[in-house]
Ligand binder design. Structure first.
Ligand code: HEC
Ligand code: CU
Length: 404
């Protein structure tokens, strides 16, 4: 167990014993401060313990049977008050300089809103119409289940891997707005020297400019409930052109996903034709924060084409593995008696409205999933209704909207 612990610590600090140097100017400054103060502590320890051990040895009873009994020395008292005072001030000056730089989020090139949820992260590329949840990877999630029988040492990046990493460009000043939607979390990526509390109702700011492309891992750093240990963070830093390509691709798929049909074939129990390729939704004009929010809230308004059933099954499987498999298990079998099987269940294969209502609103031990988009819920419902031998109608996003 402790071996796994060390492995984990290494995985997200990147160094075995020391604070990581990191990949930002700030992280290197933090590392420098850390080393400076470490050596100050070493020097103090050498002097203090040196004096102590010297006295213990040189003035031991066999040598000095009659102890000295001097008392009160103004000089010594002044010295041992002023020296620590000077040391503290000397340490505070460079530390304050770095702290001020860390707080300075002005002139950023882009903004990411980071929202903590029990137990996942949501990333919103402000003004870009790109937003998604990032949850523990399906592989880690399977292995972590009680009695999974999977040797966690065989799982790459066990517990520090996600289904969808936060992709960022190198060389840009990225401002993070950090908040939470339920309890307090903390967004911590050691390589970026970023660790900020995510507090419901508050928005904390922090920034980073990443120098090197790479994958940087972190975890939630605020005890946030049962699955606190299962909401890792993965930042994938790409060169700017690759990042732009990625972003354009996301916008494409987001638009496709955010463009559910007003009327869908699935209402009539017929699959939407696969060739009904989603057309890009009308340009949102100025991509402002507001526009992004509006697009997120009312995607059905400018509907273009329905996602095909195949698309829904693929997207639904991802949502299922990320959101539902912890309780209902990968094969839909559940863990009776608490977590019912979804195979052939009355709700899972019954009227869509009832099932959607339960997913959106939750029921007893099942938490509500209203924070997922209409498309995600429609996809996961379609997936459940048509997997493991289930065979029921596909579900259109508009049907989900009706349950909100
Ligand atoms: C935290 C555990 C948990 C998670 C995660 C969870 N469920 Fe459930 N689910 C439950 C429980 C508990 C019930 C039984 C609720 C009741 O009837 O009291 C349930 C019931 C259901 C049912 C009805 C089954 C039946 O026949 O009664 C469906 C359908 C369902 N869940 C789908 C989902 C989907 C889809 C997801 C993912 C978006 C999901 N669940 C995630 C715990 C969970
Ligand atoms: Cu958390």
């Amino acid at each position: 167990m402790w071996m796994a612990g060390i492995g984990l610590a290494m995985a997200y600090t990147g160094e075995r014993y020391n604070l990581p140097m990191g990949v930002t100017e700030i992280s290197r400054e933090v590392h420098g401060l850390h080393m400076l103060i470490f050596w100050v502590c070493v020097a103090i320890a050498v002097v203090v313990f040196g004096a102590m051990f010297y006295s213990v040895f040189a003035h031991r009873r066999s040598v000095h049977p009659k102890p000295a009994d001097f008392h009160e020395s103004t000089t010594v008292e002044i010295v041992w008050t002023t020296i620590p005072f000077i040391i503290l001030i000397a340490m505070a000056i460079p530390a304050a300089g770095t702290l001020i730089k860390m707080e300075d989020t002005r002139n950023s090139d882009m903004t990411i809103k980071v929202t903590g949820y029990q137990w996942k992260w949501h990333y919103d590329y402000i003004g870009q119409d790109v937003a998604f949840f990032s949850t523990l990877s399906a592989e880690s999630n399977r292995a972590r289940q009680l009695g999974s029988g999977i040797d966690v040492n065989t799982v790459p990046n066990y517990l520090v891997d996600v289904d969808k990493p936060l992709v960022l460009p190198v060389g840009q000043k990225i401002r993070f707005l950090v908040t939470a939607n339920d309890v307090i979390h903390a967004w911590w990526v050691p390589a970026l020297a970023v660790k900020k509390d995510a507090i419901p109702g508050y928005i904390n700011e922090v920034w980073a400019r990443i120098d090197e492309p790479g994958t940087y891992r972190g975890v939630c750093a605020e005890l946030c409930g049962r699955d606190h240990g299962f909401m890792p963070i993965v930042v994938q830093a790409l060169p700017e052109d690759e990042y732009n390509a990625w972003l354009a691709e996301q916008k494409g798929s987001e638009v496709a996903a955010a463009a559910p049909a007003a009327t869908t074939a699935s209402d009539a129990g017929v699959d939407a034709p696969a060739e009904a390729v989603a057309e890009p939704a009308p340009a949102a004009g100025e991509t402002t924060e507001l526009a992004a929010a509006a697009a997120e809230e009312a995607p059905a308004a400018d509907a273009a084409a329905a996602p095909s059933k195949d698309e829904q099954m693929a997207a639904g499987e991802k949502v299922y593995n990320g959101q539902c498999a912890a309780c209902h298990q990968a094969g839909g079998t559940g863990i009776p008696p608490n977590f019912p099987s979804l195979v052939g269940g009355a709700v899972s294969t019954g009227p869509a409205a009832e099932m959607l209502n339960q997913i959106v609103k939750g029921k007893n031990l099942m938490p509500p999933f209203g924070h997922l988009s209409d498309d995600e819920i429609a996809a996961v419902a379609t997936f459940v209704r048509n997997s493991w031998g289930n065979s029921a109608s596909a579900v259109a996003p508009a049907e989900v909207a009706a349950q909100r």
